[in-house]
Write a protein that binds this ligand. Structure first.
Ligand code: SF4
Length: 348
């Protein structure tokens, strides 16, 4: 297996925004929700939301004929939906993916400030140099990257399909250059034994889950199943009963016989888990313990920027909407579409 030394592209605490968690009064929430529903209808827009955004927004997407899903299904849904206006509630790479796949549609987000530490931790110029140094490798990037990084890749994958695609590439004898998440890359490398050279980025949310504290928690809840997203550190993954994407975690919670689960991923997912399994108990995996930081709250600060007020504003305020529309240079978008289409057309 190839070893290569890269600078650490994990973000430091001062690069991660502090986003206050605001609880609106019930009357105001309901008022905003009914305004948003009316505006979605007036604009004939589809709301495409990720499992990590606020429960209110997930409900709005479902109640208005949009979707709530992981990034792979968000991409498919946006591409296949007849609406010419898409409102993507998630983080910026999700809006960019929707635009790449549907260049004829207008794609807006509640705020374009919603970034992702993996995207930020993979600057296109540095990544292009890395590729040049390893020109014999097939470039596979995680969906959590900018359009410019996708435009440098042979394949794009999400956590739902990464294992299957790397397995197929490995069987075809290809050596892989993987970016940006070192933990997900390490997990796949471990599972497939493929020759993978890993970029050094990390998700600031999943990296905070703590192995020792999780072991302690399992002693408190000995009958609980442990569900882990593979962006988490290797020690946390080793303790899992099921490892997988947000969709895989949701399926495992339904299928495993346990009545309690400890869940190591963004706590936004608890809305869907509790909705689908009202008789089961879901407990947040610990982010405290040695090495805990002020960002240890198991909730993505950029996902948290998707507030009802921003969503309402992007629908109702034309100037704000224009400021939060996704635009991608057409040559970059066309090149980035190739690896995305490869992923969407992949059959194991
Ligand atoms: S939870 Fe992590 S991987 Fe997901 S959007 Fe936030 S920073 Fe990116």
């Amino acid at each position: 297996m190839t070893q290569f030394s890269l600078p650490d592209y994990t973000l430091t605490s001062d690069q991660v925004p502090l986003v206050p968690s605001l609880s609106l009064p019930e009357v105001q929430r309901q008022q905003l929700k009914s305004e948003i529903k009316a505006q979605l209808k007036a604009l004939d827009a589809a709301l495409v939301a990720h499992y990590y955004v606020a429960g209110d927004i997930q409900e709005l997407a479902e109640e208005t004929g949009g979707c709530v899903s992981d990034s792979l299904e968000m991409a498919r849904f946006g591409r296949d939906h007849p609406a010419q206006t898409l409102i993507v509630s998630g983080v910026r790479f999700m809006g960019e993916t929707a635009k790449i796949l549907s260049p004829e549609k207008q794609v807006f987000m509640p705020t374009l400030n919603a970034e992702c530490s993996l995207d930020l931790g993979c600057p296109p110029e540095a990544f292009a140099e890395f590729i040049d140094q390893h020109a014999d490798r097939t470039v596979v990037v995680y969906a959590n990257t900018s359009a410019r990084v996708k435009a440098l890749a042979d394949w794009v994958v999400t956590s739902s399909c990464a294992l299957e695609i790397i397995t197929a590439l490995d069987r075809a004898g290809e050596k892989i250059l993987w970016a940006p998440d070192q933990h997900l890359g390490g997990y796949i490398q471990n599972q497939t034994k493929a020759d993978m050279l890993l970029w050094s980025g990390a998700c600031v949310v999943h990296e905070e889950f703590k192995t020792q504290a999780l072991e302690d928690m399992r002693r408190v809840y000995p009958d609980a199943g442990v569900l882990v997203h593979p962006e988490s550190p290797a020690g946390v993954i080793e303790l899992a009963d099921a490892v997988g994407s947000t969709s895989a975690i949701i399926n495992a919670a339904r299928e495993l016989p346990n009545k309690e689960f400890i869940v190591a991923t963004d706590r936004g997912i608890f809305h869907k888990l509790r909705q689908l399994n009202p008789d089961k108990v879901f407990i947040e995996a610990p982010t405290a313990g040695d090495g805990a930081t002020c960002r240890s709250c198991a909730h993505c600060p950029w996902m948290a920027m998707n507030e009802l007020k921003c969503l309402n504003r992007v629908l109702g305020d034309a100037i704000y909407r224009a400021q939060n529309e996704i635009h991608i240079d057409s040559s970059i978008a066309e090149r980035a579409r190739l690896p995305l289409d490869r992923m969407l057309g992949f059959k194991a």
